[in-house]
Design a protein around this ligand. Structure first.
Ligand code: ATP
Length: 381
């Protein structure tokens, strides 16, 4: 079925008086790959199930072009679904599983055979067609589930954590496979995941949810480079997040903002409007911190506490005198105990509103320094 856009308008869902999802406004263009991303319990599956029709809405409407579809039963929406647990019939062969939905639709037999053969070919399972699901690997079973969904030639495919039961290597392979199918079949896909790397690598746009509310909607590049709130930054891999207080106000995104973090005066860039006086969150990615030979502008002194080898780079944890734990990625060969000057480029250090509710407060210094470090380790400059 062709359409131009799927539109979610103020979609909400309550369970026993508690909002699991609120005010979800989202327009999905035909052919887009959208990821719903967020930590456990943020409302991702609720959103997907509302679109699927498995959950009635508590508020809002869903439109497929000019047709209102939230009032339709799931099977009348024309969507395909792929779940985490595959949901295959164990007593039916692979081919029969794929044919099942087509038979339910009472399609002519030659059409059923043609579509099943095509779907099997798409997921490279032609030679497994006569097996039962129990005789297949997890990855193959998930391929069957995907084949079964796409055989219905759905207008939209909804996927709920389809790769979470697979091992790491297979997950990577299947990511590519799903993206390939999405592209080659011209599908429109809504994909639920809590894995930010998966979402970033697959989706055209991401919807980041927290506590049932949309935090930000954007392309992977937008969310990576311009997160508008600290939860989005946190979810996008910004491992260094600290509570601080703002010393100079910044009216808009992109303006310079001075912050105080545990007595350190640091210059950053406002990620959104921030006001004094006020608690802010300060964030910088490990790969944006530079290890420099000597202290200078925008540097902090720190002592290396942990070094992990990670392929071409090292993941280093360093502690500053006032007890700030910084995660740094560097090619420098450092060892625990090394004193380092770390440059925090102001344009990379983002200042977000509302740092008071940061889940990771700055740990006190005495919990952080390991006993074998020199007594003056991490002393402030
Ligand atoms: N059937 C239900 N009855 C009551 N509460 C529910 C029900 N389904 C979900 N919830 C609640 O709604 C909130 C959102 O749940 P949802 O399953 O959408 O989250 P999620 O982001 O998909 O999490 P996960 O990744 O763990 O599945 C949670 O607080 C959850 O406990």
């Amino acid at each position: 079925m062709t359409f131009s856009r799927l539109r979610l308008e103020n979609v909400g869902r309550r369970f026993a008086g508690t909002d699991a999802l609120q005010h979800l406004d989202l327009t999905i263009e035909q052919g887009e790959f959208i990821a719903l991303l967020g930590p456990s319990g943020c409302g991702k599956s609720t959103a997907l199930n509302c679109v699927a029709g498995l959950l009635p809405l508590s508020s809002g409407r869903i439109w497929l072009d000019e047709k209102r579809i939230d009032v339709l039963a799931p099977e009348r929406r024309g969507f395909g679904m792929v779940f985490q647990n595959y949901a295959l019939f164990p007593h039916l062969t692979v081919r029969r599983n794929i044919e099942f939905g087509l038979r339910m639709r009472r399609l002519p037999k030659p059409e059923i055979a043609r579509r099943a053969a095509q779907a099997l070919e798409l997921v490279h399972l032609e030679d497994q067609a006569g097996k039962l699901p129990g005789q297949l690997s997890g990855g193959q079973q998930q391929r069957v589930a995907i084949a079964r969904a796409v055989a219905l030639e759905p207008s939209v495919v909804l996927m709920d954590e389809p790769l979470s039961n697979l091992d790491a290597k297979l997950r990577l392979e299947m990511r590519t496979e799903i993206r390939r199918l999405h592209q080659s079949l011209g599908l429109t896909t809504i994909y639920v995941t809590h894995d930010q790397e998966e979402a970033l690598s697959m989706a055209d746009r991401l919807v980041v949810l927290r506590h049932g509310q949309v935090q930000q909607i954007g392309t992977p590049e937008e969310l990576h480079s311009h997160p508008v709130s600290w939860p989005v930054a946190d979810f996008m891999g910004c491992r260094n997040l600290f509570a601080g207080s703002l010393l100079t106000p910044a009216a808009d995104r992109g303006e310079a903002a001075m912050v105080d973090v545990l007595g350190l005066r640091i210059e950053g860039t406002a990620a959104a409007h921030v006001e004094t006086p006020g608690a802010v969150a300060v964030g910088i990615r490990p790969e944006d911190i530079e290890v420099v030979p000597v202290p200078g502008p925008h540097t902090v002194d720190a002592t290396v506490s942990v070094v992990e080898y990670q392929g071409r780079e090292f993941a280093v944890e360093a502690l500053t005198g006032p007890g700030l734990r910084l995660h740094v990625r560097t090619a420098e060969r450092l060892v625990p105990g090394d004193p380092v000057a770390l440059r925090l480029p102001p344009e990379r250090l983002l200042v977000f509103p509302g740092g008071a509710d940061l889940p990771r407060p700055v740990a006190p210094l005495d919990e952080e320094i390991t006993p074998d470090l020199p007594a003056d380790a991490g002393a402030p400059a």
